[in-house]
Design a binder for this molecule. Structure first.
Ligand code: B16
Ligand code: MG
Length: 208
């Protein structure tokens, strides 16, 4: 049976995970919080609002509704500053060849990203036309690790979950893909993405 591919964006296609980290770190440093890379693993794959809740809960910090909205806005402004400088050169190694291979061999390709900036990012790096469906944070009610985004992406390309392969760099995303009954290939560190079916460092390791 032909497999179809569901791609996470940040940390899989491009290294915007780094930009999210830098933007959150700048925001919370003004509150005297030193955000570590280790803590940042909890923020990968989850929505912007949920990220802020996770930070505030962990550091016992309270914000008014207005301050909360302002913090989200500021974080996103800083993130977009980095995004606006992106080009095709920012596509992670091996990704473009894999997309070309998938297209040429009839595999359907969908994006399943929690980011509300996903479409802007795909345009900046010139990959929009590779995707048969683009599901992002604007279309989803429940953020990863809930499987909603992967079910929605599979449906959009007319694929059943057991025929979908998910590419994910986040603990929450791997959990979401497995909860959806899909095969999950982790991109990154095997000691972190322990629930993935296999973990590779980059698409260069995937023989198409
Ligand atoms: P935004 P992904 C996720 O994208 C990021 O991993 C996560 O760190 C971020 O908080 C989330 O998007 C929301 O992004 O603030 O741009 O809406 O990994 O699911 O592609
Ligand atoms: Mg990701």
């Amino acid at each position: 049976m032909l497999k179809h591919f569901l791609f996470d964006l940040d940390g899989v296609i491009v290294d915007t995970a780094r930009f999210h980290f830098l933007s959150w770190r700048k925001l919370v440093s003004a509150w005297g919080i030193d955000l570590t890379e280790e803590f940042n693993e909890k923020l990968k794959g989850v929505s912007r609002t949920e990220c802020l809740h996770i930070i505030l809960n962990a550091y016992h910090k309270k914000l008014s509704n207005e301050e909360f909205e302002q913090a989200l806005h500021q974080k996103n402004e800083d993130f977009l500053y980095y995004v606006n400088q992106m080009t095709e050169a920012d596509i992670l190694e091996g990704v473009l060849d894999f997309l070309k291979f998938a297209k040429a061999n009839g595999h359907k390709i969908a994006l399943a990203s929690s980011s509300k900036n996903a479409k802007i990012i795909l345009e900046k790096i010139g990959l929009t036309h590779y995707f048969d469906a683009i599901i992002d944070g604007n279309q989803i009610t429940n953020t990863k690790p809930d499987p909603e985004i992967f079910f929605t992406a599979a449906k959009a390309i007319g694929a059943s979950p057991e025929n979908c392969v998910v590419f994910e760099d986040a603990i929450a995303g791997v959990e979401a893909g497995k909860s959806a009954g899909m095969e999950v290939i982790g991109i990154g560190d095997a000691s972190i993405l322990t629930k993935a079916d296999i973990v590779v460092k980059s698409f260069l390791e995937l023989k198409s």
